[in-house]
Ligand binder design. Sequence first.
Ligand SMILES: Nc1nc2c(ncn2[C@@H]2O[C@H](COP(=O)(O)OP(=O)(O)OP(=O)(O)O)[C@@H](O)[C@H]2O)c(=O)[nH]1
Ligand SMILES: [Mg+2]
Length: 270
Amino acid sequence: MGPAGSGKSTYCSTMVGHCESLARVVHLVNLDPAAEKFTYEPTIDIRDLITLEDVVEELHYGPNGGLIYCLEFLINNMDWFEEELNNFDDDYLIIDCPGQIELYTHFPIMKRLVENMQRLGYRVCGVYCLDSQFIDDIPKYFSGVLSAMSAMVQLEIPHVNVMTKMDLLGDRAQSSRMERFLDPDPSLLAESANIETHSKFHGLNLALLRLIEEYNMVSFLPLNIKEEESISLVLQHIDNAIQYGEDIEPKEPKDDADPEDEEGDIEYFQ
Ligand SMILES: Nc1nc2c(ncn2[C@@H]2O[C@H](COP(=O)(O)OP(=O)(O)OP(=O)(O)O)[C@@H](O)[C@H]2O)c(=O)[nH]1
Ligand SMILES: [Mg+2]
């Protein structure tokens, strides 16, 4: 999840590529009815059910209303989604969501979706992407974190914040400026916020920081898609959040496995 252009689809394709390199069975699920092209073909695609283009053309909705319509249509046709989801057992699904904040705040659409997946036995982790290019000052940081928090509070699932596009922070000065937002000290943030805002907002700054701190929302995992180590670290956090791999069944031995060769006997999922 995350605001428009925050790097959600890039996150998804980066993770699919990474998981494939680890031989993890992974599928991309596209829930963005306006998506155009993907690096990896989605295994489940809302566009097989409904497209934004059709809704705009036939019902004369604008792009935003059209998108909400599409997602509501999905919720009202959950049997389609459940049928698509039924084939995956222990596999790892990465779900690319649309960016509209209304889907998390005004309408219980994503909440319903998550509840349905949980009912089917899926463990779901929310990954919220925020663009490092837009978090370079305190007011933007506040608004980004609060949007992430609204999604977290609505969905009530394990939640990980990811700071995307870290590769674009070329020089050291830029990177170290960003570091204070990755795992910030709230009292330092309050100081900076107070410098940047009129004194009548200082009470509000403090209240927001307390809120952010109490919900444990202050930390972000940096994601540099050009560095394998960075991708791996984000994946590890999410694996921990959903306890991925803990109860995965060993695969059946291959028919042609050599009984003498112990290592060849059982293959484990990654
Ligand atoms: N350099 C760099 N560019 C990125 C990264 N992530 C995303 N981008 C670029 O940012 C733009 C938006 O990325 P997307 O992945 O499409 O973002 P999105 O959140 O899926 O966007 P919407 O689906 O339209 O809301 C694209 O031009 C990407 O190439 C990144 O980690 N590094
Ligand atoms: Mg996208």
